[in-house]
Ligand binder design. Structure first.
Ligand SMILES: Cc1cc2nc3c(=O)[nH]c(=O)nc-3n(C[C@H](O)[C@H](O)[C@H](O)COP(=O)(O)O)c2cc1C
Length: 354
């Protein structure tokens, strides 16, 4: 039977009412790393998505890399996430937390003066926005091999806390140049031990983080986001196709909730490789409109389509996609930080019709 964007789908243990996901988007509106009532309102407004993937959420104090991003390592954060989960579930939605350790994409200003950690002592090019303005990205401290299992374990703890907070699962952020992606990359990971060198070694950190989450909450509540070959945050991979081939193969056979490919230009057929080699549900993302999304679902290229910016600016995006209604224009000035403006005040169709 041909599927449509509005048919239900199972991602592991999570059943979605449609195949539209809200892509993870950092919004920098959780002071002290604790989700607020405003955050709960924002996610609740978008609960008609089949699945909400939250903004990147750090599993550990050492993983903070941006202003006012949320965490999942303290009781206060669990209480904050509980409000978010309740707001989404009250409207019949489903929500997983994206677990994001930023690694070298950070600054001592976020880490009580400490150094960011990374596979190797290689700084990312460019600036990081701190509360005092842009500052050059610092040279990170290379993790000692003996420390790595404890960092990986924070992913398992975050998964446990996500379920404790009433969330439906977690997405392990293995993309966009953050810590697991730094391990995967050939320019940020210069290690010669079992965590660097071959693709098997470079993938060990991400696969370990996934395994930690799976051990904590079961495979059917764990998804993984990747984009080998992306140069976002100054990572590089000399053979991204081999990396995705290895990851998609290694992540198969476990009953994971899903594999999620970040949108963007790939130098190889990433979506095709992921579809062919990964045996679970696949989420595709990046610049989708209704027609392309319907075509990729009907054609079996993906099981779910994730929308980022369109969902940020349209709390009722599924209704608009179904009815072919025009979309609100996003306001990039309010993407990263601020208050309710540009966050919870985008109009829905009902309001727009008044
Ligand atoms: C404001 C903003 C914040 C983002 N934060 C994250 C993030 O925390 N984690 C992540 O994996 N991707 C993040 N992304 C990327 C989006 O998930 C998505 O891949 C991108 O917006 C492309 O999809 P789209 O064309 O549907 O917007 C962010 C994008 C935007 C616009």
């Amino acid at each position: 039977m041909t599927q449509t964007l509005f048919s239900t789908v199972r991602l592991g243990d999570i059943t979605l009412r449609n195949r539209i996901a809200m892509a993870p988007m950092t919004r920098n509106r959780s002071p002290d790393g604790v989700p607020t009532d405003l955050n709960a309102l924002y996610y609740g407004q978008r609960a008609t998505a089949g699945l909400i993937i939250t903004e990147g959420t750090t599993p550990d104090a050492g993983g903070r890399g941006y202003i006012d991003i949320p965490g999942l390592y303290s009781a206060a954060q669990v209480a904050g996430w509980r409000k978010v989960a309740e707001a989404v579930h009250a409207k019949g939605g489903r929500i997983v937390a994206q677990v994001m350790h930023t690694g070298r994409i950070s600054h001592p200003d976020f880490l009580d003066g400490g150094s960011p950690v990374a596979p190797s002592a290689v700084a990312a090019a460019g600036d990081i926005i701190t509360k005092a303005g842009p500052k050059p990205m610092p040279v990170p401290r290379a993790l000692d091999a003996a420390e790595i299992p404890a960092v990986i374990a924070t992913y398992g703890r975050a998964a446990t806390l996500a379920i404790e907070a009433g969330l439906d699962g977690v997405e392990i952020h293995g993309a966009n140049g953050y810590l697991p992606s730094q391990f995967l990359s050939t320019n940020a990971n210069l290690r010669t031990d079992e965590w660097g060198g071959s693709v098997e070694n470079r993938a060990r950190f991400l696969l370990g983080a996934v395994a930690a989450a799976v051990a904590a909450i079961g495979p059917g509540r764990v998804g993984v986001r990747v984009n080998p070959g992306s140069t976002f945050n100054d990572v590089a991979d000399t053979d991204p196709e081999a990396t995705l081939t290895h990851l998609a193969t290694a992540l198969s056979g476990q009953g994971l909730a899903y594999l999620h490919l970040v949108g963007g230009a790939y130098s190889y057929d990433a979506a095709g490789i992921a579809r062919r080699l990964f045996d679970g549900p696949l989420i595709l993302n990046g610049g989708y409109d209704a027609a392309r999304a319907e075509a990729d679902i009907a054609g079996g290229r993906a099981d779910v389509i994730a929308f980022g910016v369109p969902f940020l600016a349209n709390p009722d995006l599924p209704t608009r996609l179904r009815t072919g209604t025009a979309l609100n224009a996003p306001d990039p000035k309010t993407f990263y930080g601020g208050d309710a403006h540009g966050y919870t005040d985008y109009p829905t169709l009902a309001i727009a019709a008044e």
